[in-house]
Design a protein around this ligand. Structure first.
Ligand SMILES: Nc1ncnc2c1ncn2[C@@H]1O[C@H](COP(=O)(O)OP(=O)(O)OP(=O)(O)O)[C@@H](O)[C@H]1O
Ligand SMILES: [Mg+2]
Length: 331
């Protein structure tokens, strides 16, 4: 589709070039003017804009992606589909959607954020309406948090003024200065408008490892009791997470009013991944690379990883995180 338009564009330009040579100066000026306008129109056609051509929620897309690409996260998968489809289907939300994703490393938090972005924005994570902040990268010095604070507020305001369907992903939220977290609070609340800007159609996603050990403990209890992890329910974890995050003074969430004021709509737990999930991740990565799935290699990769606790060897220490580079080594 895009390529065919590009051919048309080149064709018009070339045709324009030929006729410019053939005519007198006045016609040439007109031709150049028309060419420039046409060029601008074509460029605008390809430039991402804040409208339904570029931003359209694909419910079945998200559903199948969560089902086929995300492994071992039945709770996260269910909450995210419900939360995002409910929010995107509501023409007049009362507040922005705020999701807080929690869990051990390599369990799919960034991965899910990417799936959400891809099913809302045509350009996915490359969209100019999707913004990622990583605490240690963008806000490295706690002493400078006042500067970061005003920059961040202006940045959020500027971007939402530009497009109300903006998405903000805050990575390593647990390493973020509590004052900085508090500073984004007004945008997450039930305000009609703040300084003339409405934030109610934006999405905020927080990623962190906070509460991860409580999730692991629950998963391990199920494992030790010989129970299927699919039996773990949100209610087994939700309060646990918000409480442990709230009371952990190592965590940036510590006593911040995000939790106080119930501004987070959903706490989404990510379970630690087992051997079988690592195998699935390896097979899936082969598919992405356009290779035939090789079960033998997938098992080799999975066997090579480290699992914890040492006695049970229940969960992969790095989740699915190092699979990509491991595959390079085995293939
Ligand atoms: N549950 C999962 N299902 C499918 N693939 C996964 C899953 N978890 C992780 N992966 C794969 O591993 C890669 C790394 O995962 P991701 O970056 O999402 O981890 P994370 O939860 O954000 O970890 P961290 O807390 O260390 O940031 C992903 O790009 C994806 O390819
Ligand atoms: Mg991550």
């Amino acid at each position: 589709m895009k390529t065919s338009h590009l051919y048309l564009f080149l064709h018009v330009l070339l045709a324009g070039g030929v006729s410019v040579r053939a005519f007198d100066p006045v016609t040439t000026t007109v031709a150049i003017g028309v060419g420039a306008t046409l060029g601008r129109m074509i460029l605008n056609y390809f430039r991402e804009s804040c409208d339904s051509k570029w931003i359209a929620f694909n419910l079945t897309g998200l559903e199948t992606d969560l089902e086929n690409k995300l492994f071992g996260q039945h709770i996260a998968s269910r909450i995210i589909l419900k939360a995002v489809s409910g929010f995107m289907g509501n023409e007049n939300p009362k507040k922005p959607l705020v999701l807080s994703l929690h869990g051990w490393t390599g369990t799919g938090k960034n991965f899910v954020s990417k799936l959400i972005a891809e099913n809302i924005y045509k350009e996915g994570m490359d969209s100019s309406f999707v913004h990622v902040f990583t605490s240690t990268l963008h806000f490295p010095h706690p002493s400078q948090y006042l500067t970061y604070k005003s920059q961040l507020q202006q940045w959020i305001k500027g971007n939402v003024s530009n497009c109300e369907r903006s998405m903000f992903i805050f990575d390593e939220m647990d390493k973020m200065h509590p004052g900085l977290i508090d500073s984004i609070k007004p945008y997450l609340d039930y305000y009609d408008k703040l300084d003339g800007v409405s934030y109610r159609k934006s999405i905020f996603i927080f990623l962190s490892n906070a509460g991860g050990d409580r999730i692991i403990q629950t998963a391990l209890d199920f494992w030790n009791a010989g129970r299927n992890r699919n039996e773990i329910e949100l209610k087994d974890l939700e309060t646990l997470i918000s409480l442990s995050v709230f009371n952990d003074n190592q965590s940036g969430f510590f006593h911040t009013s995000l939790i106080d004021k119930n501004l987070v709509d959903f706490f989404v737990p990510f379970l630690p991944l087992e051997y079988q999930h690592v195998v699935q991740c390896a097979l899936s990565e082969m598919k992405v690379r356009g290779h035939e799935p090789d079960f033998e290699v997938a098992h080799k990769v999975a066997k090579d990883l480290v699992y914890f606790p040492k006695s049970e060897r229940a969960f992969s220490v790095k989740g699915c995180k190092t699979i990509e580079s491991k595959l390079d080594y085995y293939t």
